[in-house]
Design a binder for this molecule. Structure first.
Ligand code: PMV
Length: 322
């Protein structure tokens, strides 16, 4: 086999209806469907070369050698599919402002899925790529596509994958991110979701209402009803964080400045600016708004937290080879 290098770029995504809980830990099958927006500003570029000369897989992230156990486990899935037994060199670069704390396993595994499958001689369609990326990190299956994306939970490896949703014209959704803390999260999403599934008494209500939230947010997208869209996204995020606070032992990703930013968003809303917040497994606050309101929202957050903590991103493209 020729040691050809393939390089792929994949963008991060922000979930508006969250994936929070697995029904199969090994295959990464989620408890509920989720919906996200792929972002233009933040992405990962990854090069993969399968090389007969290598004794072990080699993984470099942002220029330094990293423990590649998770990457090797993922490459094993690719090797099995391609029926090869060759080690690989993986070179990955995160294009996320270094202090942003927004680096994501979603862009990482989407880029790795595309580059590694190509380098291994596979030619996967988007559905197969999405299924493969899912095995690295659930949210990565959505980063195979650009714009608005739904992940259908499915019932097994074959049926759990993402697909793109139509973005209506003149529905210019934008995200203003506030970096509250750029450190690594205290509780990984993997550990956090496992704990809520096993211990939160509210988990069944989450599964039920997430399905309702998804149906309603899709209707709001079709109707270009941004207020309803934002309200549902914000409420869904708060339900996810309420699950964490109701787990045993309970945990919490929010920090004082997360709450402060959330209150600023609520105040802006009272003043007539359409904006809604969402938070993932960390303290950073992402404000969902329309492009026309970015200036006032970014300006208000910059006044309180400093301009360098505020980042703006719009809808981004699908994963692609470069
Ligand atoms: O894909 P993971 O294991 O990084 O989990 C992602 C979980 C959330 O970001 C909190 C929600 C989501 O749907 O992206």
């Amino acid at each position: 086999m020729n040691a050809t290098t393939y390089t792929a770029r994949a963008h991060t995504n922000i979930a508006l209806i969250k994936y929070w809980g697995k029904k199969d830990e090994e295959l990464i099958l989620p408890m509920n469907n989720s919906l996200s927006l792929t972002l233009d500003r933040f992405y990962t570029e990854t090069s993969v070369t399968f090389d007969e000369q290598l004794k072990d897989d080699l993984f470099l992230l942002d220029g330094s050698r990293e423990n590649g156990n998770k990457v090797s486990k993922f490459l094993d899935i690719v090797r099995k599919k391609a029926e090869i037994n060759i080690k690989a060199k993986v070179i990955s670069q995160n294009h996320v402002p270094s202090t942003a704390g927004l680096a994501s396993s979603a862009s990482a595994y989407a880029a790795l899925a595309l580059a590694a499958s190509k380098a291994a001689g596979l030619s996967l369609d988007k559905k197969e790529l999405s299924r493969l990326a899912r095995r690295g990190s659930g949210s990565a299956c959505r980063s195979i596509y650009g714009g608005l994306v739904e992940w259908q939970k499915g019932t097994d490896d074959q049926t759990s994958f993402a697909y793109p949703l139509e973005m209506p014209n003149n529905f210019e959704i934008t995200m203003v991110a506030l970096v509250v803390n750029a450190d690594y999260k205290k509780i990984s999403s993997r550990a956090g979701m496992k704990r809520v599934v096993e211990t939160s008494p509210y988990y069944p209500a989450w599964v039920q209402t997430a399905a309702k939230d998804l149906k309603n947010i899709k209707q709001a997208i079709v109707e270009r009803d941004f207020e309803t869209f934002g309200e549902i996204a914000e409420e869904n995020a708060m339900k996810m964080h309420a699950l964490n606070m109701s787990a045993h032992p309970h945990f919490n990703y929010l920090e004082p400045n997360s709450i402060k930013a959330m209150q600023i968003v609520e105040k802006l809303r009272l003043e007539g600016v359409s904006c809604y917040y969402t938070l993932d497994a960390g303290p950073n606050v992402k404000v969902i708004c329309l492009k026309r309101d970015v200036k006032v929202i970014a300006g208000t957050l910059s006044d309180s937290f400093g301009q360098e903590k505020v980042l703006v991103a719009g809808p981004g493209p699908a994963a692609h080879l470069i």
